[in-house]
Ligand binder design. Sequence first.
Ligand code: NAD
Length: 367
Amino acid sequence: MEQLRLAVVGAGNIADLNVAGYLAHPRCDVVAVCDVEPGLARAAADRWGVSRVYTDLDQLLAQDDVDAVEVLTPTHLHHAHALDALDAGKHVSVQKPMANTVDEAFEMELAATKADRMLRISECMVHYPPLVLAKQLIADGAIGRPTGLRIKTVVGQTESDFTHNLRAEGYGWRLDDRSPGGHLFDDMVHKYAVALWLFDQDIVSVQAVVRRRDLFFEPCSAIFEYGDPDLLGTMDVHYAPGMWMRSTYYGADEFFEIQGDEGLIWVTRATGEMLDLAPVVLHRGTAQSLSTTEFTDLDSSFLAGFEGSATHFVDCLLDGTAPRMTPADAAKVLQLCFAVYQASDTRLPVDPRTITGVVSPSGWADW
Ligand SMILES: NC(=O)c1ccc[n+]([C@@H]2O[C@H](COP(=O)([O-])OP(=O)(O)OC[C@H]3O[C@@H](n4cnc5c(N)ncnc54)[C@H](O)[C@@H]3O)[C@@H](O)[C@H]2O)c1
């Protein structure tokens, strides 16, 4: 295959960010759009310069001139849509969270193996240039041996065209029993993915306290123990509805601190642009010299992670290379997510690898 013919399934709130990288890729043609809402599908097709529009997934999947699909439908539909697409012989990129349960994730992995098609999970944060640089710096030994990770997420408010244009219909399925949990499931999966991918290491024990706030927000503090007993992680999630921040997209931002025994890395943003700091800062200190390097010459826009993720899928398929986030990786992300809920529900440490199904925060069904 020299040129990938890709169809987009789901033209909702996040579709434009995900499709930008496919539209720009010289070896990819976006050939069709499918959404059950005809108006959304047509409008997206017009924006992207795509001529073919479908409102029925089966009809789209019956087309021989579609090699792969990007699944951008609500999360509870990922399992069925990925299985249908694999069954029809398509390669599949599916958005995070991969599925609603770990069992479903394993079933999707098996289906891809049987169909001999690629199934990769689109996770923009593992393609976000500042985090990619941080991972490279860790691998290069820039901070010595990693000993700690601290991930902070804050959800506040912003004034952006993006938030003004979000369709409220895109939120209903996140707030009821079609989702196994709230914000920690919907958004923190990005950060769980980063916590695992940065060190290519399993997390073997989780402790956590999860609270509830308006809508589906879940303030949380969690502690992660990695396989390497010298490496610990912490994750804090805060909800600050009275705090405004700069952002081109959602009113939220992140801060990642990676400690090593010889240095320290800060990644000071991801979703937003809250702080006037370089996106990546490296402090190295030895008895002989101290240095602080600010990395500013990289694309730190939230969009860059989405573009990188789309580009990567095309390149993996055409070059025959393995995707950065495999089904097995994404299943571990789900296990970590559910381990946080379980640890909070029971106030006991949980080994994420023991989770095979789904765990909701206590009382989630009554929200
Ligand atoms: N990477 C990120 O940062 C990020 C951000 C937001 C959302 N997401 C993920 O993207 C996915 C979509 O999120 P969203 O916010 O765009 O939701 P959304 O509800 O706005 O969009 C989903 C779209 O899928 C369509 N759809 C539903 N059933 C369909 C079917 N059977 N066939 C075709 N289309 C169908 C809906 O009409 C809707 O337009 C979710 O899995 C979400 O977790 C990722």
